[in-house]
Design a protein around this ligand. Structure first.
Ligand SMILES: NC(=O)c1ccc[n+]([C@@H]2O[C@H](COP(=O)([O-])OP(=O)(O)OC[C@H]3O[C@@H](n4cnc5c(N)ncnc54)[C@H](O)[C@@H]3O)[C@@H](O)[C@H]2O)c1
Length: 421
């Protein structure tokens, strides 16, 4: 039987500070709050064990409390070694939610924590980047038969899980939370946009106005970062590999060019592509002295850090989350937050108000999986459209915004083909 005393955090003494921050975040999460109140009455997750690998933030704490209200037994571990808020982890343990996460943990501890979460023998897995599901599939596939389903929070995780599905090796159904409109249009765009700028500002205290910012990748996250940086007065250059997205960036008013050209002129570089070695050795070799390098994509592989190390004669911490690399030719390049997602490493991640929608999708999809236990196929599903729409409706309600309704005449018109000019 799964054990219940299984947590590993930095310092239990931080719990009170964590509790205050979790409560503050809940003020901004009215949709999740409503769901939590209903869950407390209906207990849709009663008897269900959930292993959740998420960034340990105030918003995640409110999701975990919502699941707890719904009757679930949840165990948490971090989805990134640098994204944990230690005071939040401490508070979660006090709330009775075993949490395994310490900011700055090494890779061995990170995977040890994932294994502790899996040892809870979950019925539902919740992932952000697919490390938990990958570990389960490669090392603990004995657990799969017990699992109702899983959810995946981010673009990179959904890509990995679709590839697992394609290889025929996926062992249980997954719902791709990232692909809900009420997730990627808001969390990826407005959340990553604001919080990435926030992380870099907190780490460096730079002025954005007048700087040349190079955004590598113009997906929904890249859209948000470019838009917010432009608003602060930065000159934004976008690099892309997809023609349509590059064209969109041009018409959104940005300069578009190959990274090899942008590398020579950029003051700040942000990778947000979900791809590997986007900033590679050749780019590092031509960058200006003093350039800042940050990543906000899921994994720390977007900037070729081994290449940066090989080009450097020395390195030192210039400020917290800012490492100065002095290259053999004397130029200095600054790597922020170890090349890990800068918005979570150096700031607090997305504001709660936007995570309200992402995590409302999570909670409602877990309820959906519990209700449809046994009837889902082993594949990667989109978020049911009724859930996506319900989250938007509840968010508008919470914001005090009402919208129009189609008249019967309009409904008929929009479904017909007979009427023309
Ligand atoms: N920091 C956060 O809090 C946060 C939040 C949400 C998503 N993410 C992560 O951010 C990354 C991007 O997410 P998204 O939803 O914008 O993805 P997306 O797939 O919509 O966009 C990525 C873009 O990068 C482009 N790209 C790929 N390789 C490239 C290269 N070598 N050079 C230039 N462009 C390249 C792609 O063509 C694509 O347009 C993912 O890893 C995702 O998991 C991070």
């Amino acid at each position: 039987m799964a054990s219940t005393k299984n947590h590993d955090i930095k310092d239990p003494g931080l719990a009170e500070a964590g509790r205050q921050r979790i409560e503050w975040a809940l003020r901004e999460m009215p949709v999740l709050k409503l769901i939590g109140e209903r869950f407390a009455r209906e207990k849709p997750l009663s008897g269900i064990r959930i292993a959740a690998c998420l960034h340990i933030t105030t918003e995640t704490a409110n999701l975990a409390l919502t699941l707890q209200a719904g009757g679930a037994e949840t165990i948490l571990c971090a989805s990134n070694p640098l994204s944990t808020q230690d005071e939040v982890a401490a508070a979660l343990v006090e709330y009775g939610i075993p949490t395994n996460a310490i900011k700055g943990e090494d890779s061995a501890t990170y995977y040890e924590h994932i294994n502790t979460a899996l040892a809870q023998e979950p019925h539902i897995t919740v992932d952000d980047g697919a490390d938990l599901v990958t570990t389960l599939h490669t090392k603990r596939d004995d657990l799969a038969s017990n699992i109702i389903g899983g959810t995946e929070e981010t673009t990179t995780g959904v890509i990995r899980l679709r590839s697992l599905e394609k290889s025929g090796e996926l062992k249980y159904p997954i719902i791709a939370i990232n692909d809900a409109e009420t997730k990627y249009l808001f969390d990826n765009r407005y959340g990553t946009g604001q919080s990435t700028i926030d992380g870099i500002t907190r780490a460096t205290n730079i002025l954005w106005a007048g700087r040349k910012l190079v955004v590598c990748g113009y997906g929904w996250c890249g859209h948000g970062i470019a838009m917010r940086a432009k608003g602060l007065g930065a000159h934004v250059i976008v690099t892309e590999v997809k023609p349509v997205r590059a064209l969109e960036a041009v018409m959104d008013g940005y300069q578009v060019m190959p990274l090899m050209e942008a590398a020579k002129v950029g003051d700040i570089f942000i990778t947000i592509s979900g791809d590997k070695n986007v900033i590679d050795k050749a780019h590092l070799q031509v960058m200006k002295d003093g350039a800042l390098l940050a990543n906000s994509g899921h994994f720390n592989v977007e900037i070729n850090i081994p290449a940066l190390e090989s080009l450097s004669r020395s390195r030192r911490e210039a400020r917290p989350f800012v490492e100065e690399f002095t290259l053999n030719d004397g130029r200095r390049l600054y790597l922020l937050g170890e090349g890990r997602l800068i918005n979570l490493a150096a700031a607090e991640g997305h504001p709660a108000s936007v995570m309200d929608m992402s995590f409302a999708n999570q909670a409602l999809c877990m309820e959906y999986m519990a209700k449809n236990r046994g009837s889902l196929e082993t594949r990667v599903y989109p978020v049911p459209v009724e859930i996506d729409r319900e989250v938007a409706r509840l968010k508008l309600d919470a914001m005090g915004i009402s919208i129009d309704k189609l008249t019967p005449e309009q409904e008929k018109y929009l479904k017909s083909w007979q009427e023309g000019t």
